[in-house]
Design a protein around this ligand. Structure first.
Ligand code: NAD
Length: 498
């Protein structure tokens, strides 16, 4: 089966129920081998216009379909994804590089999201409440918004797509989806699954292409009423500015500078496990990856030793191979950025404890691999402590107290995920209150969200919206307040009558 899609060689947009031949394409590279896997269309504004036209038409019918019936399709999507889990996971590893067990975890998130959102077809709860006048009834209901635009990144090409598209679909919207050009295969596979599951044509349209072309055309299309974006802070804030000008709803999930706090009473062995997994898993290319360790100075040396010891077990290479724990970096731009920050860290005076180099040699030929890297004695004001690197690089920052640890955690412009290792229950509760991030972990690393909880961050990570969880429905619905007056006479509301 994996062979089928690779034999396809050139992917196609899916617009109004049809696959369309691309005019221009670019190569999709397996980052572990350097080989071209398939080619992806580079679409234009015209393709977006066509897709929106189809979506607008389809959405009218789709919104009239009862929500439990819309949900039936998501149950079927979940069932097919489950049946194809291994196939999807292998393709995901090929296009994105993450190791197979992580790819399986990501696909599973998509499956879980399908069943969870399918359940919403029988909920989509609003409120029924009291009216202030006699013989009058009041309620609030969720209404679909219309055509929504989804712009997704390469690092979670299927999970993030499901966090956005499933709530949009179950709520009765039609979707235009622009996946990242690095990882179009997951979009192609999910689109095929939508079709097999019986989704009416035009309800989901996939338009591949570059951000500056397709993404920009979506943001500027007057009939796309919502943009849900996950990606870098720079792109996201430009999109938000444009959407603001057009009064268009926009949901942003962006970067992180996530920290693990290790207090002097922590289980240090457990903390080291949590740090190694959340800093180097997915080669540090998770938005929730740990890139800072804020450690109490009394346990710094012992923690360093444990982390370095555990890092020896990390085998780096092609994620399709069994014993590999750390895969490649997505592309040359990602690699250049990591190398730039290694130099910055050295120049700033942080001490390089381990790693710091791109890997070369026969074993790594064709791929882009970087050693898991640890800086220590970093300070709060260094760029390596403040800026997102998006690679397997972590900096230890020593602190003297719990209060200083919290302040250091909160000192960055981002607010996605944080964690604390401590055995003190009072510190646990204070930390969950005071850590200024959208996700807080206690006695575990910074990664590993569950789909039935809201996903997103504070400050520069987002703009207050959330992916996944029931909260995702707020992005794709409008609240409508409905009043039914059954008194048979004119009752004037908001008039101060006796
Ligand atoms: P990116 O911003 O380069 O691209 C994200 C998407 O936006 C891609 O589909 C891209 O083609 C598109 N895009 C680029 N320019 C555009 C434009 N001008 N108009 C419209 N769309 C445009 O980000 P990336 O490198 O693909 O992803 C990595 C970033 O994503 C990291 O910063 C990471 O932290 C962040 N991320 C955040 C979360 C989260 O939920 N907070 C999750 C995953 C990734």
């Amino acid at each position: 089966m994996t062979k089928d899609v690779l034999e396809q060689k050139v992917l196609k947009n899916h617009i109004n129920g049809e696959w369309s031949e691309p005019k221009e394409v670019s190569d999709v590279i397996n980052p572990a081998t350097g080989e071209t896997i398939v080619q992806v269309p580079l679409s234009t504004k015209d393709d977006v216009d066509q897709a929106v036209k189809a979506a607008k038409k389809a959405q009218k019918e789709w919104a009239l379909e009862p929500a439990p019936m819309r949900a039936e399709i998501l149950y079927e999507v979940g069932r097919i994804m489950k049946e194809r889990k291994e196939h999807l996971s292998e393709l995901l590893t090929m296009e994105n590089g993450k190791v197979l067990e992580e790819a399986r975890g990501e696909v599973q998130e998509g499956i879980d999201m399908a069943f969870y959102m399918a359940g919403e077809g029988r909920r989509l709860f609003g409120q029924t409440t009291n009216a202030e006048l006699k013989d009058k009834f009041a309620m609030s209901v969720r209404s679909p918004i219309g055509v929504v635009g989804l712009i997704t990144p390469w690092n979670f090409p299927i999970a993030i797509a499901t966090w956005k598209s499933f709530p949009a679909i179950v709520a009765g919207n039609a979707v235009i989806w622009k996946p990242a050009t690095e990882t179009p295969i997951m979009a192609n596979e999910l689109m095929k699954i939508f079709i097999e599951a019986g989704l009416p044509e035009g309800v989901v349209n996939v338009v591949f292409g570059r951000g500056g072309d397709v993404g920009d055309a979506m943001v500027n299309h007057k009939d796309i009423r919502v943009i849900s974006f996950t990606g870098s802070g720079e792109t996201g804030s430009n999109i938000a500015a444009e959407c603001g000008r057009q009064l268009k709803k926009v949901s942003l999930e962006m970067g992180g500078k996530n920290a693990v706090v290790v207090m002097d009473d922590a289980d240090l062995d457990l903390a080291a496990d949590g740090i190694v997994w959340s800093a180097f898993g997915t080669s540090g290319q998770r938005c929730t990856a740990c890139s800072r360790v804020i450690v109490h100075e009394d346990v710094k040396e012992e923690l360093e030793k444990l982390v370095l010891e555990k890092m020896k077990e990390l085998k780096i290479g092609d994620g399709l191979k069994d014993d590999i724990k750390v895969g490649p970096i997505i592309n040359q731009a990602g690699m250049d950025k990591i190398k730039k920050y290694i130099q910055i860290g050295k120049d700033e005076g942080a001490k390089l404890l381990a790693g710091g180099n791109e890997l070369s040699g026969k074993e790594y030929e064709g791929g882009l691999f970087f050693e898991p890297t640890v800086f220590t004695d970093a300070t709060i004001d260094m760029r390596i402590s403040q800026e997102e690197i998006f690679g397997p690089v972590v900096s230890l920052i020593p602190v003297k107290s719990f209060e200083e640890a919290i302040e250091t955690n909160n000192s960055v412009e981002y607010g996605l995920s944080s964690s604390i290792f401590t055995r003190d229950v009072n510190q646990v509760y204070k930390a969950q209150r005071d850590l200024d991030t959208g996700i807080v972990y206690v006695n575990a690393g910074t990664t590993g969200a569950e789909i039935h909880l809201p996903f997103g961050g504070t400050k520069g990570t987002g703009n207050g919206h959330r992916d996944s969880g029931v909260q995702a429905l707020d992005v794709y619905t409008e609240w409508k307040a409905v009043y039914v007056d059954y008194s048979g006479k004119l009752q004037r509301a908001q008039i101060d009558v006796d």
